[in-house]
Ligand binder design. Structure first.
Ligand code: FES
Ligand code: FES
Length: 405
């Protein structure tokens, strides 16, 4: 546990926290300030936005220990704030909320914008508020509400505050110069945008079991080879890695704990995950598991994944491979972690993998030179093309009055 001392809504708080505790969990669970909402919990939706030293931050990816010495303001702390009051009235007037889940984050970010915006320019407001997502309203009321508050204040002669009144340079909450014990580790994690990332950097094999996947899915494929041959092949880690586009191993590939890297390209983003994996196999049940984690230095994206597999003999020369894949992705590439998208891309990746395994088991050299990089964009666009084709087929059926698939 680490001692932390900070101000929350003007009240001094001294506490002992786990270094991994996020600010959002700290203020909700220990301070009972539940107006701060948690949506995506990886820095995308903005529902958890609070002010740290007057600057909006995502409290779901900010460690509580890094806020030692800082002044934190939550939505409850805006009760007597004049901009907060104007925004609440405007949100109500303009029907800028429905379920209200995004509203605390919208008000925190909106307040920052009201303070610094020169004019109530709609485009500027949409861009400035693009880090706060709302699933209900369509944003029209939200934009109008913020516009009206900015316009009202400027018409009353209240000018914009450069930088919304910030005086400190650097990341929000920095510059207090306090030693917070393990805070250096925590700060590094904040700079990469996600708490899990720091853990992934130094993850030890024995820690790999202690995590929960963000999402998981089942997948299977069939190989036209006897179960014993497939089982032996799966025991050859280097050969298996050769079948996975973008993957390569280093060091002792025969060990239970292996190191390696995976190159992946999503649009303009190219990532190279370096990491390690722990492999377990149970010959009695023809099953195994691979637990791995990796981190890309350039994009500050970290990942953890677990693959469970089981082989089933369908016939003498046919084997079904059943997979369960669980994963967690944090950092910039986490925007691609929506489970349906990942599932579709992974399905195609697994199809390529199955083809390569089939070829290698058949003695073909075709799979000997795997793709140097997994091009997720190509996979993504093939997913998109399939969706468009399906939609087009449906439209044709509707036009011709046919039913069924
Ligand atoms: S919950 Fe923090 S950004 Fe979504
Ligand atoms: S009002 Fe429901 S998410 Fe914004």
């Amino acid at each position: 546990m680490t001692a932390v001392s900070l101000t929350i809504n003007g009240r001094t708080v001294n506490a002992e926290v786990e270094p991994r505790t996020h600010l959002a969990d700290f203020i909700r669970d220990t301070q009972n300030l539940t107006g701060t909402h948690l949506g995506c919990e990886h820095g995308v939706c903005g529902a958890c936005t609070v002010l740290v030293d007057g600057v909006p931050v995502r409290s779901c990816i900010t460690f509580a220990v890094t806020c030692s010495g800082a002044s934190v303001t939550t939505i409850e702390g805006l009760d007597n704030d004049d901009v907060g009051a104007e925004l609440r009235a405007a949100f109500s007037r303009e029907h800028a909320l429905q379920c209200g889940y995004c509203t605390p984050g919208m008000l925190m970010s909106g307040r920052d914008l009201v303070l610094r915006a020169q004019t109530p320019d709609e485009h500027g407001i949409r861009v400035a508020m693009s880090g706060n997502l709302c699933r209900c309203t369509g944003y029209v009321g939200i934009v109008r509400a913020i516009q009206s508050v900015i316009a009202g204040r400027r018409s009353r002669g209240i000018g914009p505050l450069p930088g919304a009144g910030r005086t400190a340079l650097g990341p929000a909450g920095s510059g207090h110069g306090q030693s917070v014990g393990t805070g250096d580790v925590a700060r590094r994690a904040v700079s990469v945008g996600a708490g899990e990332a720091a853990a992934a950097v130094s993850v030890q094999p024995e820690q790999l079991a202690d995590w929960t996947p963000q999402a998981s899915f089942d997948q299977s494929f069939v190989l036209h080879h006897a179960i014993a041959d497939v089982w032996n092949f799966f025991g050859d880690t280097a050969a298996v890695a050769m079948c996975l586009p973008g993957a390569s191993l280093s060091g002792d590939t025969g060990a239970r704990h292996v190191a390696g890297k995976m190159r992946i390209k999503v649009g303009p983003i190219a990532a190279e995950f370096h990491g390690s994996a722990e492999i377990d196999r149970d010959p009695a049940t023809y099953s195994g598991k691979i637990d791995g984690s990796g981190r890309d230095q350039r994009n500050n994206t970290a990942t953890r994944g677990a693959i469970r597999y089981r082989l089933l003999a369908v016939s003498e020369n046919t084997t079904k491979v059943e997979l369960n894949v669980g994963y967690r992705l944090t950092g910039p590439l986490a925007q691609f972690s929506r489970s349906d998208l990942v599932h579709d891309i992974a399905s195609r990746l697994i199809a390529v993998f199955a083809q390569n395994v089939e070829a290698r088991l058949g003695g073909s050299e075709q799979a000997a030179a795997p793709a140097a990089e997994l091009n997720a964009s190509a996979l993504f666009f093939s997913v998109l093309a399939d969706l468009i084709k399906a939609r087009f087929r449906r439209l044709c059926r509707m036009a011709t009055g046919r039913s069924g698939d």
